[in-house]
Design a protein around this ligand. Structure first.
Ligand SMILES: Nc1ncnc2c1ncn2[C@@H]1O[C@H](COP(=O)(O)OP(=O)(O)OP(=O)(O)O)[C@@H](O)[C@H]1O
Length: 255
């Protein structure tokens, strides 16, 4: 795809320890066009978080290439990172700092110019104004998710990577966050890649889906295309078909 914002080729990650090697991501290829919202779907251990971590430069790929916003992410990720952001329930904010202090530090790190105004605006958007003076370590799981999303939007990212963006949110708040993300995407033209276990969320938000299993992409397409191809009613049924079909792939774990 010539004008892809995000392009991954033959990407692989082996976790190597003395006891064994786990191939978490086993040679995947995909490209995302500007302004698309794409979901990485797959069961527990399929390789979604490992993939997102490599895209962010938190993990070094065993092999393969990643280009984001035209930059080679293995060699020049610092050129692209200021134009990106991410949220993940697995990344902790410094516990003793307040929410406001955390957002202030991240705003500085990302070089946000209108820091105070931006933090105030995003705090209002994410309905976390009442939490600003609380230590980040003392928030409920759902409150933490909203603060992490606020952090992810601080620098108005052109590329947004989201690991389970509505994890721990009650249905009302989750619905509201989805609407917010959709609006953000439409207003900013951002490109979004998200990992989720929530199929309704993916059907509502995403233009395309990458189905992962055992570290590979085993199917892909628009949610409606996949639903039609599998002759199903919804994406959840497609997911179950893929997750439960016999595995023909070679064993991903070797001694
Ligand atoms: N640090 C690690 N060391 C060794 N193996 C790991 C490590 N992190 C992940 N794995 C293994 O890599 C595989 C992929 O894990 P990953 O966390 O990417 O999956 P996931 O699709 O995000 O799963 P989930 O839906 O449960 O979050 C799994 O088999 C997991 O056990």
């Amino acid at each position: 795809m010539p004008d892809a914002v995000l392009e991954v080729q033959s990407l692989r990650k082996d976790y190597i320890s003395r006891e064994r090697t786990v191939t978490a991501v086993d040679g995947i290829d995909f490209a995302i066009a500007p302004g698309q919202t794409v979901a990485l779907l797959g069961g527990n251990g399929a390789g979604k978080t490992t993939t997102l971590s490599m895209l962010l430069g938190l993990l070094i790929p065993t092999s393969g290439s990643i280009r984001i916003l035209g930059e080679d992410m293995v060699r020049h990720r610092y050129r692209a990172l200021p134009r990106m952001n991410f949220s993940s329930p697995y990344v902790e904010l410094p516990h003793r700092l307040t929410v406001a202090e955390n957002l202030g530090i991240y705003a500085r790190l990302y070089g946000v110019r209108d820091r105070k105004a931006r933090i105030a605006a995003i705090a209002a958007d994410m309905d976390i104004e009442a939490l600003l003076e609380r230590p980040a370590g003392k928030l409920s799981a759902g409150q933490k998710t909203r603060v992490t999303l606020a952090k992810a939007l601080l620098n108005r990212p052109e590329v947004l990577l989201l690991d389970e963006p509505t994890a721990s949110l009650d249905p009302d708040t989750a619905d509201w966050v989805r609407q917010y993300l959709r609006r953000y995407q439409q207003d900013s033209g951002a490109t979004i890649l998200l990992a989720s276990h929530n199929m309704q969320e993916v059907e509502r938000l995403c233009d395309a889906v990458l189905m992962m299993r055992g570290g590979r992409i085993v199917d892909r397409g628009a949610p409606s295309e996949l639903i039609a191809r599998y002759g199903r009613q919804n994406l959840e049924e497609v997911f179950l078909d893929i997750a439960r079909r016999p595995d023909t792939a070679p064993e991903a774990v070797s001694a």
